[in-house]
Design a protein around this ligand. Structure first.
Ligand code: RFL
Length: 386
C-alpha cells in the first residue's frame, strides 16, 4: 500500500529531522516525519547539552529558541585538572569571544516536536522505515511512503546512510580506541564550568546540564559492561580522577542513567544524490570529545532546508548540488578539532616507550593550553565554533 506523495519524507525525529521539518514547514514545503520510537522515548533521550552560538542563531532566527533562551544557561569557562594542578580557560573572552548555551537535548527535542505540530506538521511515531529507494520509503508492516525527496535524519545506523553506502559511497572512519561510561546523575553541577580531568587511570569529565542534573564521563576499556559500575564505584572513581582530595568534593546524587559510548568518528564522502539527502549523525558520526554532533546536525538541517525549498518551490537544484561540499568542509573542520581534543583528553594505554612518548605529548599540549595565548585562542575559536 502507498500513501500520497509529500514534498519531503524525513526519516528520524532527532535534532536534524525536527529542525529540518520545522524549517520546511515555515518555508511552505509539505513534509512528513517518520520516527520508529514512541513520542515519550524521543522526548526523554538525554544526550547533548552544549549548543554552539551558530546553533542558537539558527534556532532563534527560525522561531525555535523560546525554550532555550528562557531556560538555557550561558557557559563561558572550562577547567582542566591533572597532576600538574588546575587551570580555568575563560573561552568567552578568547578567540571569537563566544559562549555556549547549555540546554539538554531532550528539552530541545520536546520544543521542536511541539513547534512542528503547532505549525501543522505530521509526525508518525512508532513508524520504522526499513528501506529507501528512489523517493519511496518502505515501512515495517508493509506500507510505502513516497516523497519527491527523502531526508535521512535517522542517525548513524539509519537506512538513509545504508542506502547511500550500498551504492558505493565511501565512509572515512576513525576508531579512537576508547570508550566513555556516560553517567547522568540527579545532582547539581559540582563545578561552575565544564571540567576535564586527565589522570593516569583515564579521563574523567564533568558537564553541567541543569540546576539539578549533571553529566559525568569516565574513560573505560572498550567492551565494559555498565552493570559492572555500581553507584559507589562511579563516585569513588570520579573522586579519584577529579582529584577531589585536592580540589574539593563532588555533589553526589542518584545515578539516573549509565551507558557506554564507544568513541568512533566517521564521515560519508558525499551527503546524498538524486532524491535522497542526509543530515546529522547519518551523514557523519563525531565522537563526543568536543560536543559537536548536535551542532553539526542543526547546521546541516538549515542548509538542507534551504536547498530543498529551492528545488521544490523554484525548480532550482543548485543548492542541493552544493549541499554536500558546503557541509563537508564544516564537518571536517569539526572533526579535526574533535580529534585534537581526543588526543588531549586520552593518554595512551600501557607503560612502554611509545605510551610514555604519547603521554608526554599529551601533557605538553595541556601546558601549551595553560600558558600560550595563541593556543588558547585556537581552542576557544574551535570549541564554540562550528
Ligand atoms: P539522532 O538524535 O540519533 O536521531 C535519529 C532519530 O532517527 C530515528 N530512527 C528511525 N526512525 C524511523 N525509521 C528508522 N529506520 C530509524 N532509525 C533511526 C531514531 O529513533 C532517532 O530518533 O540523530 P540526529 O538528529 O542526527 O542528532 C544527532 C545528535 O543526537 C548527536 O550528534 C548528539 O547527541 C551528539 N552529542 C553531543 N552533541 C553536541 O553537539 N553537544 C553535546 O554536548 C553532545 N553531547 C552527544 C553528547 C552524544 C552522546 N552520545 C550518547 C553518543 C553526549 C553523549 C553521551
Amino acid at each position: 500500500m502507498t500513501t500520497a506523495q509529500v514534498g519531503v519524507v524525513i526519516v528520524g525525529a532527532g535534532p536534524a529531522g525536527l529542525v529540518l521539518g520545522n524549517l520546511l514547514l515555515d518555508r511552505g514545503v509539505d513534509c512528513l516525519i517518520l520516527e520508529r520510537r514512541d513520542r515519550a522515548a524521543v522526548e526523554g533521550r538525554a544526550r547533548a547539552g552544549f549548543l554552539a552560538p551558530h546553533s542558537v542563531r539558527i534556532l532563534t532566527e527560525n522561531g525555535l529558541a523560546a525554550g532555550l533562551l528562557a531556560r538555557g544557561q550561558t557557559h563561558t569557562t572550562c577547567l582542566f585538572r591533572s597532576d600538574q594542578g588546575e587551570f580555568t580557560l575563560d573561552y568567552g573572552k578568547l578567540g571569537l569571544g563566544e559562549p555556549h548555551t547549555v540546554y539538554p537535548q531532550q528539552e530541545l527535542v520536546r520544543d521542536l516536536v511541539a513547534e512542528y505540530l503547532r505549525r501543522g506538521g505530521e509526525i508518525r511515531f512508532g513508524a520504522e522505515a526499513e528501506e529507501v529507494t528512489d523517493g519511496r520509503v518502505r515501512m515495517r508492516g508493509g506500507t510505502d511512503v513516497t516523497g519527491r525527496y527523502v531526508a535521512g535524519c535517522d542517525g548513524h545506523r539509519g537506512i538513509g546512510r545504508a542506502a547511500l553506502t550500498a551504492h558505493g559511497t565511501r565512509t572515512a572512519r576513525w576508531d579512537h580506541g576508547v570508550s566513555w561510561l556516560a553517567v547522568l546523575v540527579a545532582a547539581p553541577p559540582s563545578l561552575s564550568a565544564v571540567g576535564y580531568a586527565l589522570h593516569e587511570r583515564g579521563f574523567a569529565g564533568h558537564m553541567a546540564r541543569t540546576a539539578s542534573v549533571t553529566r559525568y564521563y569516565l574513560q573505560c576499556p572498550r567492551g565494559t559492561d555498565p552493570a559492572e559500575w555500581s553507584e559507589d564505584r562511579i563516585w569513588t572513581e570520579l573522586a579519584t580522577r577529579m582529584r577531589t582530595a585536592e580540589f574539593g568534593p563532588l555533589r553526589e546524587g542518584a545515578v539516573l542513567e549509565k551507558t557506554l559510548v564507544d568513541l568512533r568518528s566517521d564521515v560519508l564522502e558525499t551527503l546524498g544524490a538524486g532524491r535522497l539527502w542526509l543530515a546529522g549523525d547519518s551523514a557523519g558520526l563525531i565522537s563526543p570529545s568536543a560536543a559537536k554532533g548536535a551542532n553539526l546536525a542543526i547546521l546541516q538541517a538549515e542548509s538542507l532546508a534551504r536547498a530543498l525549498e529551492a528545488a521544490l518551490l523554484r525548480g532550482d537544484g543548485t543548492g542541493l548540488a552544493r549541499y554536500a561540499g558546503d557541509c563537508l568542509s564544516r564537518i571536517w573542520h569539526a572533526h579535526e578539532f574533535s580529534q585534537w581534543m581526543s588526543t588531549l583528553l586520552h593518554g595512551p594505554d600501557g607503560d612502554d616507550d611509545t605510551a610514555c612518548y604519547g603521554r608526554s605529548l599529551q601533557y605538553a599540549r595541556l601546558e601549551s593550553l595553560r600558558t600560550s595565548r595563541s593556543h588558547q585562542d585556537f581552542f576557544a575559536e574551535n570549541y564554540t565554533g562550528i
